[in-house]
Design a protein around this ligand. Sequence first.
Ligand code: NI
Length: 258
Amino acid sequence: MSMALFDTHAHYDARQFDPDRDQVLSALPGQGVELVVNPGCDLASSQAAVELAGRYPFVYAAVGVHPEECGSWTDGDLDALRALAGRPKVVAIGEIGLDYYWPENPSRELQKRVFRAQLALAVELNLPVIVHDREAHGDSLDIIREFPGARGVFHCFSGSAEMARELVSLGWMVSFTGVLTYKNARKAVEAAQAVPLERIMIETDSPYMAPVPYRGKRNHSGYVELVCVRLAELKGITPDECSRITLANGRSFFHIPD
Ligand code: NI
């Protein structure tokens, strides 16, 4: 049996794919990639994600404004996102959240306001959310608790095992990237071990976060197999079993029928 993999987070609208985007995407089904979700980071990239979903049967889109890109947010952006969310194959609002890592990022107050507005939109539209949380674990948890009607995933999960358990108890999911394969990935490994496989999805976060032995190179969804193999090892199951379960988890989370 060959693996059928779901890369739940990859940015094919990113400029790193400008030279050969179609070539990379067209090769994915031959590499065992059955599904990809391409999240947006601002309105233009959300629009691009919707267009890629229209072009490739195995690509689905999420639309949202990333915390690093929210500096020029206006309330009209929410209407633009609502309209984009109604386009075919849009399965989530994302990626949205908080990023306190970069000092040049928009202010924390603005990030929180934009995060809350998009969580409210997801609840209104009954769509799941894809959350980006970097160095903002406490505030991210506090804000999602304000929206008990929301459900979502913390992508490229970087919190503690305790936080992962807390998210699962709130009905949320966590997803892991190639970081799981890094030597210094102790925290992500502990988090992956702490939560049941049924609450885990896998992703590449392409073009970033390439797994070992491609660390530092441009990533693509074909390498999600390496994330799957590492997660299977941590869970004591076969890679085939891990791919089957994470594919089913992703289909169910994003409501993509078999
Ligand atoms: Ni991302």
